[in-house]
Ligand binder design. Structure first.
Ligand code: AMP
Length: 402
């Protein structure tokens, strides 16, 4: 159709590049792929189009080479997604940190690039590869509208009492230390999709969205706006996660350093060796931990108990800050698939009006479903997230729908 636009969505990590080609406004994914081990001896690109897999294995020295391979793969005569690269109409980039500068997605120009560069200081691991992705895309596919979609943007509506820490104000003024929140694109997508599915309007709906994956966060959404979220200055705050500790007493960090660990070692432990992995001693993967717990492993059982207990505690606190809660939404790998975890979290929330239909919840994986009773004051839903689609929607809205 004449108004159809094909959007290339790029998510650049330090050694990976995830992509999805999405047709708008029909929201159809035409094919997607992943480049991994950029910079290693042997890199790999795997693409999936209508169930067909296509693979390229060779040295991929940098992100420019990775995007060149993506262009080659998506235009491949036999296994490609489009006939010619000129069929791509716009590009959307996932950018982790927009600081306090961006409360929504933006068309990329030099000012935006400068702003993303300025955020490197507070997102040293994530923003540099995101920026490289933007620059390489500008070089290899010039003249196309490109849009930056920030993980932090959705949470810019948090009021100061939710985003300021109780530390000297000067630390906020001098170093921008405050809570930013992450996973915003996912929380925004599932919130909008929930409204569509429930045929509700944002203006009279409050919800709590639980993004539970290897990384996990919970957001309190009042009339469409994020008013609080569990991640903070970095994605380490809040819930316990696959390998991240979540919130701990900050005094532990000084204590461990007094015991001889360097700041880097402590941070590495809290980010990469804690959470489900650190407590179970088995895996950061929920499925492995669940299997071990069923086999009678006490550490694994305790890891599960702590994971779900903390989620329950956050949900309770968000009931306290929202006037009323209409919908409780589960998303992310665990939220979408882990019906046992959903059951464990919701048991005991009856006094808050969460009347889960445990039979309906059982076995539901990655499917948009209501899992509460029709008479439950709070509707409980499973809504699979789709950050790539949200990015494509933003590109379409900003570049073509005006
Ligand atoms: P994500 O980071 O959103 O991809 O989610 C990854 C997490 O989802 C891992 O901990 C997986 O173990 C978990 N997950 C995926 N499938 C299931 C499942 N069927 N049951 C429980 N957890 C699952």
């Amino acid at each position: 159709m004449e108004n159809d636009k094909i959007i290339l969505v790029l998510n650049c990590g330090s050694s990976s590049l995830k992509y999805d080609v999405i047709k708008m406004p029909s929201r159809e994914s035409l094919g997607k792929g992943l480049v991994e081990r950029i910079g290693n001896e042997k890199g790999v690109l795997e693409q999936k189009v209508k169930g067909q897999k296509y693979k390229i294995e060779e040295r991929i020295e940098d992100h420019k080479k990775a995007l060149e391979l993506v262009i080659k793969a998506i235009t491949d005569k036999d296994n490609g997604i489009v006939k010619n690269i000129s069929e791509i109409n716009g590009i959307g980039h996932r950018v982790v940190h927009g600081g306090d500068k961006y409360a929504s997605s933006v068309l990329i120009d030099d000012t935006v690039i400068k702003a993303i560069e300025e955020c490197i200081e507070i997102a040293p691991l994530h923003n540099p590869p995101n920026l490289i992705g933007i620059k390489v895309a500008q070089e290899l596919m010039p003249g196309l509208p490109q849009v930056a979609v920030f993980d932090t943007a959705f949470h810019q509506t948090m009021p100061p009492h939710a985003f300021l820490y109780g530390i000297p104000r000067k630390m906020y003024e001098d170093y921008k230390i405050r809570r930013y929140g992450f996973h915003g694109t996912s929380h925004r997508y599932v919130a909008a999709r929930t409204l569509e599915l429930c045929k509700r309007d944002a203006s009279n709906t409050n919800m709590i969205t639980c993004h539970l994956g290897n990384g996990a966060s919970i957001t309190a959404i009042e009339k469409g706006k994020s008013i609080d979220t569990s991640m903070g200055f970095t994605p380490l705050e809040g819930l316990m996660m696959g390998t991240r500790s979540g919130s701990i007493d900050p005094a532990i960090i000084g204590y461990l350093m007094d015991k001889g660990m360097s700041a880097q070692e402590v941070m590495n432990t809290l980010n990469k060796k804690s959470g489900l992995l650190g407590l179970s001693g088995i895996s950061n993967d929920m499925r492995d931990v669940e299997v071990a717990a069923l086999d009678g492993n006490k550490d694994a059982q305790e890891a599960l108990d702590i994971f779900t207990y903390r989620i329950k505690r956050y949900i309770g606190s968000y009931f306290a800050i929202l006037d009323k809660v209409d919908v409780l939404v589960f998303t992310g790998g665990i939220g979408e698939n882990g019906w046992e975890a959903r059951e464990k979290i919701c048991r005991g929330l009856e006094n808050l009006g969460v009347l889960m239909n445990y039979e309906a919840n059982k076995g539901i994986r990655s499917k948009e479903t209501i899992v509460s009773h029709p008479y439950s004051p709070v509707t409980v839903m499973v809504v699979p997230t789709n950050e790539e689609l949200q990015i494509a929607i933003d590109v379409f809205d900003l570049a073509f729908a005006a």
